[in-house]
Design a protein around this ligand. Structure first.
Ligand code: PA5
Length: 454
């Protein structure tokens, strides 16, 4: 393998041209539609600016993490150093308390240089087989547990933590077991905070105004990522650089505002109902999951302020290049024009592999002569984007300068910011998730024997 580059601090290249009518015809947005929205864009930018005033106490504190979290980094790094003494680390959390760390971990593990990192096990879903197979067969003295819950009492997290804690205590005794547990939770309330007080388990706070799906750049994501040896300072630096490039109320100068405006207009003016994210970079598979939660839980809402208006939001859908060319592409090309695509492509790969093509095999693949693996993925990406564009599907491309912490930090801030702008354009609250609570309450009633499941 040939290493092609060192880490860069270049900005993402965000190609929005294929979201406009000039590239995709009637299904795209016209300059006059964008111009008509200009006063609204000024209004939402002004609202976002007001609601981000006040650092980590602001309503939109999630957009200030690049500036507010550096102060907490020494604490996070000290705790991570203690946890790194263990070989196996259970990261227990769900939804926003898991997806961000999982996504960044997957994206950056391939390029992390640290050689003494423990193995991270993300315990997200309730799954006895997984917990048993992955952790309860390890030697207990090698296992550390980080329980992460903003509310401090989410049932999936509580159940897995209770089982793991019990297993540690039974095998090691209560005192020793407690030295292998760490918490990330609300600074004042909830079950986990109570454990921190009662049993002296070390606990880092989640800023109270930062909700789960916006919290990857708090201790929720930064602690497990630091344990894995990932450059968390680089992540925050990338987020800061993205925040700086999104300071204007002019969408031509502010990519998050432009993306929010285009996705909003494509929904309300062009009936786009589905937003498909399709990276041509394998380690970004879980980033798509993180995006799906952020987009769906933030924007999929009734528009109370606009009675009679269809609900907000486009359904986020996962895809992967080149795999889904052999699975979903047929439908993309010949079904309804109700979709928006986001492609992700890497400008420079960490490694490249030449394709060995013996003379005897050349007649089958003459086009591969002298090519590298990355030439193939690049050609497939270009070709797929071209046919999607020719079909009339609006599409966006994020060109990543490199797969490093700085780039991923930019992507996190870009999507959090775009989502908040989009929520403001729809006139909904992008930070809450009222409908999700209904199911949670009913599950608790069922467990309490207070409601029937039929
Ligand atoms: O984004 C959200 O708010 C949710 O996905 C939460 O993160 C998830 O429900 C877990 O909540 P908690 O961190 O309180 O355990």
């Amino acid at each position: 393998m040939t290493s092609l580059r060192t880490n860069s601090h270049a900005l993402l290249r965000i190609k929005t041209t294929n979201l406009y009518a000039e590239a995709v015809g009637a299904e795209g947005i016209t300059p006059s539609e964008m111009a008509e929205l200009a006063p609204e864009l000024k209004r939402v930018h002004q609202a976002l600016t007001e609601k981000t005033k006040g650092g980590l106490d602001a309503e939109f504190a999630c957009l200030n993490l690049h500036a507010g979290m550096p102060e907490m980094l020494p604490q996070i790094e000290d705790m991570a150093a203690q946890i790194r003494r263990f070989h196996e680390v259970a990261v227990i959390g769900i939804g926003g308390s898991s997806l961000g760390a999982k996504a960044v971990h997957q994206a950056l593990t391939a390029v992390t240089t640290s050689n003494s990192k423990p193995t991270l096990h993300f315990l997200e879903n309730i799954d006895p087989y997984h917990l048993e197979a992955v952790l309860l067969r390890q030697r207990p003295e090698t296992v550390a547990a980080i329980a992460i819950s903003k509310s401090g009492g989410t049932v999936e997290t509580a159940v897995q933590y209770l089982i793991l804690r019990d297993w540690l205590e039974k095998n090691l005794g209560k005192d020793k077991a407690q030295q292998q547990q760490w918490l990330v939770t609300d600074p004042a309330q909830g079950w986990l905070r109570e454990l921190a007080r009662r049993d002296g388990i070390p606990a880092l706070p989640v800023p109270p105004r930062v909700g789960g799906r916006y919290s990857v750049l708090t201790a929720v994501g930064l602690l497990p990522l630091a344990v894995a040896g990932i450059d968390i300072r680089g992540l925050l630096a990338g987020a800061a650089d993205n925040a700086a490039r999104c300071a204007s109320d002019d969408p031509r100068q502010n990519p998050a505002l432009e993306m929010a405006a285009l996705f909003y207009l494509l929904d309300v003016r062009k009936n786009k109902r589905t937003s498909i994210m399709m990276p041509y970079v394998d380690p970004l598979q879980l980033f798509v999951d993180w995006y799906c939660q952020l987009w769906a839980e933030s924007l999929g809402k009734r528009m109370e302020a606009r009675p009679g208006h269809p609900p907000a939001g486009t359904l986020p859908v996962r895809a992967m290049g080149a795999v889904d060319q052999h699975s979903q592409l047929q439908m993309y090309l010949e079904s309804r024009l109700d979709k928006i695509f986001t492609f992700m492509a890497l400008d420079e790969w960490e490694y490249d592999l030449p394709i060995p093509l013996p003379e005897a095999d050349k007649k089958f693949f003459p086009y591969l002569a002298g090519k590298h693996m990355n030439d193939v993925i690049e050609a497939e990406f270009q070709a797929t984007r071209q046919v999607i564009t020719d079909t009339g599907h609006p599409n966006l491309t994020l060109h990543l300068p490199a797969l490093d912490a700085h780039t991923v930090g930019q992507m996190i801030d870009l999507y959090q910011r775009t989502t908040v702008y989009a929520g403001l354009l729809y006139g909904i609250n992008p930070l809450d998730q009222p409908a999700v609570e209904k199911g949670k309450k009913l599950a608790i009633q069922l467990l309490s024997g207070g409601a029937s499941s039929h």
